[in-house]
Design a protein around this ligand. Structure first.
Ligand SMILES: C[S@@+](CC[C@H](N)C(=O)[O-])C[C@H]1O[C@@H](n2cnc3c(N)ncnc32)[C@H](O)[C@@H]1O
Length: 206
């Protein structure tokens, strides 16, 4: 089974929760590791498509798992205390979160890109980031732990993360972001350059 550092990290973050919903479960690896280690009691493996869900069925055989074909939360009727939405683009995650239940569930969100878009959305839609983690697994991945609630983020928080900015392990990630911006800055148009300069200042000042 392919067990990337990112997947292992996500699985460990399920510790302390009982029933975990994995949206876009694909091969079901996160649930497999969490169940194997008895970090959780049961899981809900969900995907938009039948093919990945069948892969999950194979990898999760013998464990207490419900399998559901669903577009995000739309056809999820079972209870869960933690939902994971990982390995997708930020915009897709925001679309899925539009239908998140109104209860006191916790969410682990890991966008492959545009983490600032996700943070802005969460602030505007009544979600609160309660922790942030960074994993280096060839690329840097940021994971947000989120509940319903209010938060107010400054520009700096949107880019750096309100909690991640206080973690020293994030410094190499910020330095890499600054280098990437410096590389693309000369090729951007005037409007984009203004935004990139603002971002660069934030990533360099930390
Ligand atoms: C790139 S894989 C990520 C798999 C895994 N979550 C991870 O972190 O590695 C994305 C998965 O999300 C599923 N997916 C895409 N849009 C979805 C949606 N709206 N609802 C549920 N699953 C979706 C895809 O079918 C695919 O299996």
């Amino acid at each position: 089974m392919a067990r990337s550092k990112r997947i292992e990290y996500l699985a460990q973050l399920t510790t302390g929760y009982d029933r975990v919903l994995d949206i876009g479960t694909d091969h079901g690896f996160v649930l497999a590791i969490a169940l194997e280690n008895k970090w959780i009691k049961s899981g809900i493996a969900s995907d938009l498509r039948e093919k990945p869900l069948n892969q999950a069925r194979k990898n999760l055989k013998g464990y207490s798992v419900e399998y559901i074909i669903s577009d995000g939360f739309k056809d999820i009727k079972s209870d869960f205390d933690l939902a994971i939405i990982a390995g997708m683009g930020a915009y897709l995650i925001t679309e899925i979160m539009d239908n998140a239940p109104q209860g006191n569930q916790t969410y682990l969100l890991q966008a492959n890109d545009k983490i600032e878009v996700l943070r802005q959305y969460l602030m505007e839609q009544g979600f609160k980031i309660i922790d942030e983690y960074i994993v280096e697994d060839k690329f840097y991945y940021v994971i947000l732990k989120v509940i319903r609630g209010d938060m107010s983020l400054l520009d700096e928080d949107i880019y750096l993360g309100p909690i991640l900015k206080n973690k020293t392990e994030a410094l190499p990630y910020y330095a890499k972001k600054a280098r990437q911006i410096e590389k693309i800055l000369p090729h951007a148009d005037q409007n984009r350059q203004e935004i990139l300069k603002k971002m660069l200042k934030i990533y360099k000042n930390i």
